[in-house]
Design a protein around this ligand. Structure first.
Ligand code: SAH
Ligand code: AVI
Length: 322
C-alpha cells in the first residue's frame, strides 16, 4: 500500500468507501462490496434491471405479494411501523401500504441516500395518511431509528432477495440484527430467490440489453467519480455465472488486458483475465432458508411461492426470548 493510502487508512482521513475500495483492490483475489453499486446512477440502473425480460425475480415477487396482500395486512398490527431494509423504489411496498389501512408509519432504510430522498417525496404525495420516515444508512450496521416510532409495534419487510447478496453467515447475523430492531413478537416478510435451472439464472444476470453489465461497470465509474480513479471501463468486461457448488450467481469485472490503474496514490495492477469479484447472489431452497431463519431467532410461519417455484416470500415470527 502506498504511503498516501496507508495515511488515509490510519488517520481515517478517507471515507469508508475509499478504505473498502483500496483494501478490496489490493487483496487477492480482488473484490469490491456490492453495497457500493448503489449510488444514484446504480439505483437507477437497478430499476432498469427489474424491468428486463430476463430478470424474473421482481415481477415474480410482485405477483406473490399481490396474491397475498390481505394475508400480509393481517400481519401488520394496528398503529404499527413498517420497517423496510433496502427499500429502493418501494414499488413492492406500495402493495402493503395500500392493503394495510391501520399502518401508521413507514421507515424505508437504504444506503442510496439521494435516491431514497427522491422516492420518499413521491410516496409522501401518494400516502398522506402514513408517516414517512426515511433512514439513509447501511442496514448491516447498527443505525438509529426515528424517535417517532419508539412506542409503535413493528413489522419488517426485506424483499428483492437482497438477503442473497450476503454470505450465508452474514445473512444469519443480519436476521438476528433485524430481530433486535423489530422487537418481540414482530413479523418479518422476507423475499428469497430459489435455486433453479442454471440457464434461467445465468440469463437473468447476462441480459441481452447489457443493463446488468452497465450496473456492474458503474462500480468502477463510481470509483472514478468519487475517488478520482483512472479506470478505463472499456478495458473491463462483465462476467456472471452460476456457481452450483456454492449455490450462488457470481458477478465479476474481468480485466481485458494487463493494466495498471492509478487510485488514491496507489497503483492497482491487473493481469489479463484477472477479475474483481463484485457480487454474490445466493439462491436458497425453501428448507435451507427456513433453517437459517430458525437458527437466527425466527420461526417460519408461512411461505408463498409462484406456480413455477422461482421465488419465495417467507413470513417469519420472532421467537420469544431470542
Ligand atoms: N427492495 C427493492 C430494492 C432491492 S435492490 C426491491 O425489492 O426491488 C437492493 C436495495 O438495497 C437497493 O436499494 C440498495 O441501495 C439497498 N442496499 C444494498 N445494500 C445495502 C446496505 N448495506 N444498507 C442499506 N441499503 C442497502
Ligand atoms: C439486489 N439484489 C438482490 C440483486 C440480485 O439479483 O442479486 C442485485 C442484482 N445484481 C445483478 N442484477 C441484480
Amino acid at each position: 500500500m502506498s504511503v498516501l493510502a496507508r495515511k488515509l487508512v490510519e488517520h481515517s482521513e478517507a471515507n469508508e468507501f475509499a478504505i473498502d475500495v483500496l483494501s478490496g483492490l489490493t487483496a487477492s483475489p480482488k473484490r469490491l462490496p456490492p453495497k457500493y453499486f448503489y449510488d444514484s446512477v446504480g439505483s437507477a440502473l437497478f430499476e432498469r434491471i427489474t424491468e428486463l425480460p430476463e430478470y424474473y425475480p421482481t415481477r415474480t415477487e410482485i405477483g406473490i405479494l399481490r396474491e397475498h396482500a390481505q394475508d400480509i395486512a393481517t400481519l401488520v398490527p394496528a398503529g404499527a411501523a413498517l420497517i423496510e431494509f433496502g427499500s429502493g423504489s418501494s414499488t413492492k411496498t406500495r402493495i402493503i401500504l395500500s392493503a394495510s389501512p391501520l399502518l401508521k408509519a413507514y421507515v424505508p432504510v437504504d444506503i442510496s441516500a439521494e435516491f431514497l430522498r427522491d422516492q420518499t417525496a413521491a410516496l409522501r404525495r401518494e400516502y398522506p395518511a402514513i408517516a414517512l420516515l426515511p433512514v439513509a444508512a447501511d442496514f448491516s450496521r447498527p443505525f438509529g431509528l426515528p424517535p417517532a416510532i419508539a412506542k409503535m409495534p413493528r413489522a419488517g419487510f426485506f424483499p428483492g432477495s437482497t438477503i442473497g447478496n450476503f454470505e450465508p453467515h452474514e445473512a444469519a447475523a443480519f436476521l438476528r440484527h433485524a430481530g433486535g430492531i423489530l422487537g418481540p413478537g414482530a413479523s418479518f416478510i422476507v423475499g428469497v430467490d430459489l435455486v433453479k435451472d442454471a440457464q434461467v439464472l445465468q440469463r437473468a444476470y447476462n441480459d441481452s440489453a447489457g443493463v446488468t453489465a452497465q450496473f456492474n461497470l458503474n462500480l468502477l465509474a463510481r470509483i472514478n467519480r468519487e475517488l478520482g480513479g483512472k479506470f478505463n471501463l472499456a478495458c473491463f468486461e462483465h462476467h456472471a455465472f452460476f456457481n452450483r457448488e456454492r449455490s450462488r450467481i457470481e458477478m465479476h469485472l474481468a480485466s481485458l488486458k494487463r493494466q495498471r490503474v492509478k487510485l488514491l496514490g496507489e497503483c492497482i495492477e491487473l493481469r489479463a483475465g484477472e477479475t474483481i469479484h463484485t457480487e454474490n447472489s445466493y439462491k436458497y431452497s425453501i428448507e435451507s432458508f427456513g433453517a437459517m431463519a430458525r437458527g437466527a431467532g425466527w420461526t417460519p410461519t408461512a411461505v408463498w411461492t409462484d406456480a413455477e417455484s422461482r421465488f419465495s416470500v417467507h413470513v417469519l415470527r420472532k421467537q420469544p426470548g431470542s
